[in-house]
Structures are given as C-alpha cells and as structure tokens.
Design a protein around this ligand. Structure first.
Ligand SMILES: Cc1ncc(COP(=O)(O)O)c(C=O)c1O
Ligand SMILES: N[C@@H](CCSC[C@H](N)C(=O)O)C(=O)O
Length: 452
C-alpha cells in the first residue's frame, strides 16, 4: 500500500505542529508530574493529541474517566440554594467537564454542548432579531440550508446566499443590517474552500457588530481552529469526527466573548437543549481518540482520492494538488479531512456504484470509524429542492465518500469491484479507467481517456 502525503501533514496530523494552536497549555490538567527536561515544561506546550487525552479531573475518588451524573436534580445546602448544580437542564457535572475540555482543545474561552449540530446552529441563530441579515454560502449542508430557509420564511431574517469562495461576493452584500456571516469550509458536499481570515477581517472592518460564525464539522478541532483565524463563534456537529462512532448526536459551540456566551447559555437553559449526561460521557470518550482516528481516516482518504483520480475520475478533495484551492486550504488547516466526492456524469451510473459497494455502507453522515458512501442530492442534501440544487450547480450524480479507519486495501478493492460491477470503468490489460468523458468527468484527457 502506498499512501503519499497529499499536503503538509496529510495523514500525519501531529506532523504539522508548527502552526498556532497545535500545542496546548494544559495547566490544571491531570498530567503526569515531574516532566522530563525535554518535555513541555521547557516552554513548549503539549501537542493537541496529548491535550485530547488528558482531561481535568475533579472527581472525589480520582476516577480517571469522569462519571456520568445521571441525575436530573441536585440537593442544595440551604433553602436559598448553595450548590453548584440544581437541575440538569441548567447544568450537569458531566456536561461541564466536557465543555471545559472542549474549550481547551478549541482554544476558546468557553464551549457549550447541545443535542445535535443543528441544535448548535439553532442556539447561535437565536441571537438574531427580525430584520437582521445573514450572509452565507451557496454550497451548504442541507440541514443548515433548511433552518435558514425556515428563519427567512417565518422569523423575518433576511438570508443572502452567495459564493463565499469569492470574498468579493460577500463584500457586496455586507450592510449595517448584517448580523451574521455563516461560513462552511470545506463545503459539504462540493468540497469548496472558504477564506476565513480574509472574510472575517473584511466583515469586521465593514460592520463591527457582525458575527462571523464557522461550521467546522468537516475538519474538527484536530485540523482547524476557526477562532484563531478570525471567527467569533465556531460550531460543529459532534455526531461526526468528535464522537467518531455514530452512536450519539451532539453539537458543540465555542467562542471567546462572554456576553455572546451568556446569551447562548440562556437559550440552552430556557429551551432545554443541553447535551444529556450519558451522551456527554460518550462524546468525551470519543474525543480522546480523535487524533489517531483522524490520522488513519485521512491517510485512507488520501489514498482513495489518488486512486480515483489516477483512474480518470474528477475528484474533489483538498489533499489532492489538483484541488483548485489547495494552497488556501493548507494555509488554514492542518489536514484534508476524510470526506471526498467524485462525479460519474450519470445519475443512474452513480446509483449502481453506490448500490454495488459492500464494505462501504450506504448512509448519510461522516467522521465515523466505518466508511460510508452516499449520493448527497438524494440523501444528506435532499432537503434542498431540485431547482435550488440546479441553480447552485450541485451535480445530481455526485457520490460522496466518507472514509473510515478500515484497511485501505480492503476499501479500494471494494470500491474497484463496485466500479467494475456498475460498468463505470473499462477494464484493459493495464488496469481500468473511467469509461468515457460522458460517463466520467475526466480531468485531463491523457492516458486514461485514450485507453477507454
Ligand atoms: C457540515 C454539517 N454541519 C452541521 C450538521 C448538523 O449536525 P447534526 O446532524 O449533528 O445535527 C451536519 C450534518 O448533519 C453537517 O454535515
Ligand atoms: N434526514 C437527515 C439527513 C441528515 S444528513 C447528515 C450529515 N450532515 C451528512 O451530511 O451526511 C435530515 O433531513 O437532516
């Protein structure tokens, strides 16, 4: 198996540690005492992979894993209260433990956790008032698009969808009414890259009250920290990489401004959407293995992207040098992630490939230990109507691969077999190639095209 790195640190999430935030100050965490002379006590901070594992422990018995406080209520010391917690909707020790850990690894003053990624966006957008304007992208996760469309129809919020890969398009719609700029990068599913530092600086200069919000679900804190790039609020679906096993739903919000935090905590307490203690425990457990999972998922994704590209498919993945925004992505991120998409040129052909796969499960979602295959237009993004998908140039035949931690040769073998069985490739003595330009969007008509 050969898996050449696709960019600085690809498949080596700890290899790109020169960048800000890759090392973390773990003061107050239960790290082993008396570090050796070459250890971070010399002024170097701990690597993120280390920070993920060590969590603040306040357990009275020194439990190495924070217990699940499966209790709705907490007894008070007096009639007027007096205890740190009273009711789990308002706060719970297991949830607080997770929030503090997340704030640390996301380089934020504070983090909050709720019941899903969409729940996180709902909490954030409740900051808005009727008449406020939101600027966002034209390639967005379907659920995000659905919530914004609902707000525009029912809550008096004006939503501008523009091509956020061009900061100029954002600039054209910023006004004194702009309250929020909501960015996703890489976008799901077209894997377009959005320049967070340039847009954040520009928006803040034009309207100092506008909040730049970034959905970091596609990268996780392992690969990017949008707060360090100029964003005011970062959120992500903890259902994905953070938990990593598709056994819980969760949403994470991180920020530095305490006033904004108080407003969002008010919503969480008022509406009761805080993450349940058992799910907080599972999310914490998942976070500890994020580095090693991401390392394997990325190196698998890189190999699969290169495999598909070398056989004539048009592949969208920021680990490939052919990605038109490769340099921009690597200026902001420490890895390419493990989601890629490719086109076949034919919806029925794509359906046959998806249905022929055996190891790859047909499922929405990503960031999990097992690999998934899907057709976004019919699945994760089906809530965006066909007309809008067409206007936003979302190819109906696009196949999304969400790569897990399995053996990469098993994944490539299964994908190869599915491509052959579906009739997507021409098999020759030398190997196989995407069939024709009509059926596969061949990037450079070269050996692959002539061989077909
Ligand atoms: C980019 C992105 N943001 C947000 C979400 C919402 O997360 P959740 O499913 O946890 O609500 C998803 C997927 O669902 C997503 O893909
Ligand atoms: N039926 C769900 C679809 C969830 S998509 C999950 C994930 N974000 C992905 O991109 O795969 C819905 O309507 O929200």
């Amino acid at each position: 198996m050969s898996t050449p790195p696709g960019g600085p640190g690809a498949g080596k999430v700890n290899g790109a540690l020169g960048k800000a935030f890759a090392h973390i100050d773990l003061d107050g965490h239960n790290l082993p005492p008396s570090p050796a002379p070459s250890s971070p006590s010399n002024g170097r901070k701990y690597a993120l992979a280390t920070a993920l594992v060590y969590t603040e422990s306040k357990d009275q018995y020194g439990a190495s894993s924070m217990p699940i406080y499966q209790s709705a209520t907490f007894k008070q010391t007096s009639a007027g209260g007096g205890s740190e917690y009273d009711y789990t909707r308002s706060g719970n020790p297991t949830r607080t433990h997770l929030e503090r850990h997340l704030a640390k690894i996301m380089n934020a003053a504070r983090a909050l956790v709720v019941g899903s990624g969409m729940g996180a966006l709902d909490v954030i957008t409740r900051i808005l008032r009727p008449g406020d304007e939101v600027i966002t992208g034209d390639d967005l996760y379907g659920g995000t698009n659905r919530l914004l469309t609902y707000m525009a129809a029912n809550q008096g919020i004006i939503v501008h969808h523009v091509d956020t890969t061009e900061p100029q398009r954002v600039k054209e719609v910023v006004s004194p009414k702009t309250a929020m700029v909501l960015l996703e990068t890489p976008t799901n599913p077209l894997i377009k890259i959005v320049d967070i530092p340039t847009i954040s600086k520009m928006v803040h200069e034009m309207n100092e009250k506008a909040l730049v919000v970034v959905d970091n679900t596609m990268l996780s804190p392992m690969l990017s920290n949008p707060l360090d790039l100029g964003a005011d609020i970062v959120y992500e679906s903890g259902t994905k990489y953070l938990s990593g096993h598709h056994d819980i739903m969760a949403g994470v919000i991180a920020f530095n401004d305490p006033a904004i935090g108080d407003r969002m905590y008010f919503t969480i307490n008022s509406t009761g959407c805080g993450l349940a203690p058992n799910d907080a425990f599972l999310l914490m457990r998942g976070i500890k293995t994020l580095a090693i999972r991401m390392e394997r998922q990325q190196s698998n994704a890189q190999a699969i992207a290169e495999f598909l590209e070398s056989h004539g498919f048009r592949v969208r993945y920021p680990g490939l040098k052919s990605h038109p925004q490769y340099d921009l992505h690597w200026s902001m991120a420490r890895g390419a992630g493990a989601v890629l998409s490719f086109e076949t040129g034919d919806v029925a052909l794509s359906e046959r490939i998806v249905e022929a796969a055996r190891l790859w499960g047909i499922s929405v979602s990503f960031g999990c230990v097992n690999s998934l295959i899907s057709m976004p237009c019919q699945m994760s993004h089906a809530s965006i109507d066909a007309k809008t998908r067409k206007e936003r140039q979302m190819p109906e035949d696009i196949i999304r691969l969400c790569v897990g931690i399995e053996d990469v040769d098993d994944l490539i073998d299964d994908l190869s077999r599915a491509l052959v069985e579906a009739g997507a490739v021409t098999v020759t003595m030398d190997g196989f190639y995407a069939k024709t330009p009509a059926q596969a969007s061949i990037k450079e008509p070269g050996a692959a095209a002539s061989a077909s």
